[in-house]
Every structure is written in C-alpha cells, then in structure tokens.
Design a protein around this ligand. Structure first.
Ligand SMILES: Cc1cc2nc3c(=O)[nH]c(=O)nc-3n(C[C@H](O)[C@H](O)[C@H](O)COP(=O)(O)OP(=O)(O)OC[C@H]3O[C@@H](n4cnc5c(N)ncnc54)[C@H](O)[C@@H]3O)c2cc1C
Length: 485
C-alpha cells in the first residue's frame, strides 16, 4: 500500500465535484482489503479521520476531508448468473462493457457513469435517467463486504430477524434500533421514488428480514468502507423508442402524468432557455417545434414480444394527441439523449466573473405528481433573490437539478445560498419530499438533516455512534454531530 503525506496527489485530492476544497494530511492507495484494514489502523494510530473516495465526482462536499483520503485501486469483477461482485474501484462504464456480451445489465447509469465508481454509487445510492422504471443503486445491492472503523472486516447480507438478533453485538443493536423505531421511520419516510438523504432506514426491515446492506447504501462512507459490492443484474431490454414533446409550465404536471401512466423507462426534463443562455440553441432546435419552455424526453423499452403492444397502447392513448417526435433507431435515440446530456456540460460552463453555478438546492425531489409545484417553488425562491440559474432533471421522479450563479468566495452570496436552502428544504418537506434524490447530503446539507427527519435523525445518530464510536469515518458528512478534526 502506498501512503502519501505531501505533494501533487494531496492537492488533487483536496477537491471533488463540489465547491469546497479541504486539504488532507495523508492519502492511502490500497491494493487489497488487507491494505484497507492497515490504512484504518494506521489512520487511527495517527489520529486521522478517514474519507473513502472513488472518482471524486461527489457534489455536496463528501469525498474530501482534512484527515486521510482512502482510495482503493481495486477493479476486479466476478460475474454470476444474475449478479456481479465488484471491487469498489470498478468504474460503472467498465461494468457496463463487461456485462454487454452477457445480455444483462445493471440499469443505474449516473450521468457521470464514465468515471464514477461502484464504491461511490453504493455510498451515495446513486440513480440515473432510468430510475423511474428500474430504481436506484439500493435496489440492486445484494451483499457487501465492509471494513469497519475499528478495522474489523464484515460480510453484510440479509438476515432473518431471529438471526440478526442473535448475531454480533453491533448487528443486534442496529436491528433493535431499527425495529423499535419502525413507526417513526415509516412516518418520516419521504414520499418519493428516490432518496439519498439520511440513512435509508425504511428499507432495512421487510418480509421478516433485516436487510442490513440497505443501511450502508447511501451512508456516504460514514458507517464503514465498502471493499466489495454484490449487485443484481437484469436481462437487457431488446428494444427502445424515444418520444420528445414540449410543454409549458402550466401543462407540465398533466403532460408528465400522461407519460407516467404508460410506465416509461426514462422521463426527463430540459429547460430550453439554458441553451439560449449560452448561445447554443442550434443544438436543441431540431427537437423544438414551439415556444414552450420545457422539453420532455420519454423512452420506452421492453422485451421482444412487448414492442408492438406498447406501440399500440401509446398510439391509442392521449399521448398521441401531444404529437410527439418519435425516434426509433438506436443512433438517433443516442443523439437526442446527447442533447439532453449537454445541459450538464453547459451547467459546468456557465460563469459570470467569480460567480459559478453552486450546489445546495441542486437535487430536490418531491412526490412525482408535484413536479410542477417544484418547478414553481424554484422559480419563486430563486426569482425573488434575483438569481440567474439553470434547471433540468428527472421529470419521472420529480427530481430537479437547479443551480444558481453565486460567488463561493463572497460571504453575502453564501448567506443567500444558505437562506435559499433553508426555504426550499422547508417547502419540499411540506410536499413530502427530500433534500436529495441522488447526490447525498455531504457536508453541504448535513446541518439540515434533523429538519427532514425530526425523530429518525436521533436513530441515525445512534447508528453512527454504534458503527463509528470515535467519529473517524467521513466526519461532518451527513451526520453533523462531530465536526471534522
Ligand atoms: C457531472 C456530474 C453528473 C452527475 N450525475 C449524477 C447522476 O446522474 N446520478 C447520480 O446519482 N449522481 C450523479 N452525480 C454525482 C456522483 O457522480 C455520483 O454520486 C457517483 O456515484 C459518485 O461516485 P464517485 O466514485 O465519484 O464517488 P466519490 O465522489 O469519490 O465519493 C462519493 C461518496 O461515496 C463515499 N465512498 C466512495 N467510495 C467508498 C467506499 N469504497 N466505501 C465507502 N464510502 C465510499 C465517499 O466517501 C463519498 O461520501 C454526478 C456528478 C457529476 C459531477
């Protein structure tokens, strides 16, 4: 194992895809699970906190820290019939490449799939454009291997309740906490189709089992370091087609609801004004036939035998009345998706002097039928502060990525960002939503977590203390009960 305490590597690791840089004191590059154990022990002896890191594409300040950064250069995969065991350094695009000839896939593709790792996806409960049909990473994790804060290695899998209650002390206590607080957990569960805020406690107890891997999915490296993840795979769909329509704000809920009724594989929203802002209207113009502000991309897919029935169903439905542009060929579908994905590149390009597009309210999610309310909320909250912003996102899940232009170095701007978060989070909670659909809480949203889960937050805190009593795993991220040393 390589350990670094100075030089260019540390400078590089002081940044992730968020806006805050934190200088680490050391970095470990682990080549094996034993190296991870040694790194945990060495960090503990040195009094360093440990931040596990994949590709560093995390947004809410979660893959940087002032202690040690732990990177696993471990990219092996073992294919089974309906699952694949991945070491945490496997890049999602590489997993896709390996699965392709088998006719199976793991359908969650983040927009960052070309670089993000399985370790990061598990730790964030990542999602993608096809989550509306296929779910998030949490729906695919079957088992994990973890290194705990004390350096002990554990295999984590589903256990019947009785077995969990007679297991090791930590498992017993975790299971008891989750069982005893089940009614609060279920009551405070956001009523959304995807969620990466807090620990996903509502998924742990089901069917008389304790599904312990679900506790660690989305825990952002605060409960243990993942050294292997076993993920379920599905048979790949055999066909797809894409419909593109336009919509005004007033029609948005009605239009997306009309699509949702037909179980799309993807249902995405693009704000056309983003392309005008950066003088790149040419890229989207071929898909635009009206002055309406929003464009909706809707993909359907399935097995061979369903294609004609789905086509007939759509043709006979109210979707036909929306006069969609229809794309059937794989390359034209791909081209259209590239235009949608361009919003992301544009998001990274837009700057006004020292002002950049900052995260904070970049991952709000509400119950799917409230999409229009979420768009209106953002327009009102950002508009009344006079902020220029971009918005796009996952219409099917009502999960929007909105970012205003602000100066991260200006205290006044950062106060405004804080106020904006507080106001938007309150409104989203009132709608039954969550602060984060897929990016996680990081340090950015940790202080708001109690607001989202007034009672369950205390259960989350107890679980954090149980698995990490000295608070050395990614401190300050998600559970802000101890600040980074
Ligand atoms: C341009 C862009 C587009 C994005 N699009 C999407 C999207 O479509 N959907 C989506 O869900 N997210 C998206 N993201 C966010 C991010 O890419 C994902 O969350 C991704 O899965 C993070 O992977 P990573 O390898 O970069 O993890 P990192 O950023 O390195 O780490 C993320 C978190 O995981 C923890 N972690 C990493 N490895 C381990 C491990 N082995 N054990 C324990 N904890 C670990 C870290 O401590 C950190 O808290 C996007 C980000 C960018 C910059």
């Amino acid at each position: 194992m390589k350990k670094v305490t100075s030089g260019a590597d540390l400078v590089e690791l002081s940044r992730d895809a968020g806006t805050v840089s934190l200088a680490p004191r050391a970095a470990y590059f682990a080549e094996s699970e034993e190296d991870v154990v040694s790194a945990m022990r060495d960090a503990s002896a040195e009094g360093l906190a440990v931040t596990a890191r994949g590709a560093g594409t995390g947004i809410p300040t979660q893959s940087v820290g002032r202690g040690a950064i732990l990177i696993q250069n471990r990219k092996a995969m073992e294919l089974g019939d309906d699952r694949v065991a991945c070491q945490p350094g496997v890049v999602k695009a590489e997993l896709n490449r390996v699965l392709l000839p088998t006719g199976r896939w793991m359908p969650v593709d983040t927009s960052s799939y070309a670089s993000c790792t399985i370790g990061g996806m598990v730790a964030n409960n990542s999602s993608g454009v096809r989550t509306v049909k296929y779910g998030s990473t949490i729906d695919y994790v079957r088992a994990l291997r973890m290194v705990r804060a004390d350096g002990v290695v554990r295999s984590v899998s589903q256990l019947p309740i009785g077995q969990a209650m007679s297991g090791d002390e930590t498992t017993r206590k975790a299971a008891s906490l989750i069982i005893e607080n089940q009614s609060d957990i279920q009551r405070e569960r956001p009523k959304v189709t995807k969620n990466s805020s807090g620990y996903r406690l509502e998924r742990v107890l089901h069917d008389e089992i304790i599904d312990l891997p679900k506790l660690f999915v989305g825990s952002e490296g605060t409960l243990g370091v993942v050294t292997e993840a076993t993920l379920a795979t599905l048979i790949r769909p055999r066909w797809k087609f894409l419909l593109v329509v336009e919509s005004s704000l007033e029609e948005l809920d009605k239009t997306t609801e009309a699509f949702r009724r037909h179980s799309p594989a993807a249902l995405e929203l693009v704000d056309k004004t983003v392309f005008r802002k950066v003088n790149r209207w040419g890229e989207i113009s071929k898909y635009s036939r009206s002055e309406s502000q929003y464009m909706i991309f809707c993909e359907f897919d399935g097995a061979d035998e369903d294609r004609s029935s789905k086509e007939e169903e759509i043709a006979a439905s109210d979707l036909a009345g929306l006069d969609p542009l229809v794309m059937q060929g794989l390359s034209e579908i791909q081209q259209a998706w590239e235009v949608r994905n361009e919003t992301l590149a544009i998001a990274q390009e837009i700057r006004r002097g020292t002002k950049v597009l900052v995260p904070g309210v970049e991952d709000l999610v509400v119950p799917p039928a409230r999409l229009g309310d979420l768009v209106r909320l953002l327009a009102e909250q950002l508009g009344k502060r006079g902020l220029e912003y971009i918005v796009y996102g996952h219409a099917g899940d009502a999960n929007l990525h909105a970012r205003p232009l602000l100066d991260p170095g200006d205290a006044k701007d950062m106060k405004m960002a804080d106020d904006l978060m507080a106001d938007c989070f309150e409104a989203v909670w009132r709608m039954g939503g969550s602060m984060s659909g897929e990016h996680g809480d990081g340090m950015l949203r940790a202080k708001y977590l109690e607001g989202q889960y007034p009672r369950t937050y205390w259960v989350m805190r107890e679980l954090k203390e149980l698995y990490d009593p000295k608070g050395i795993l990614n401190p300050g991220v998600k559970i802000a009960w101890r600040l980074p040393p």
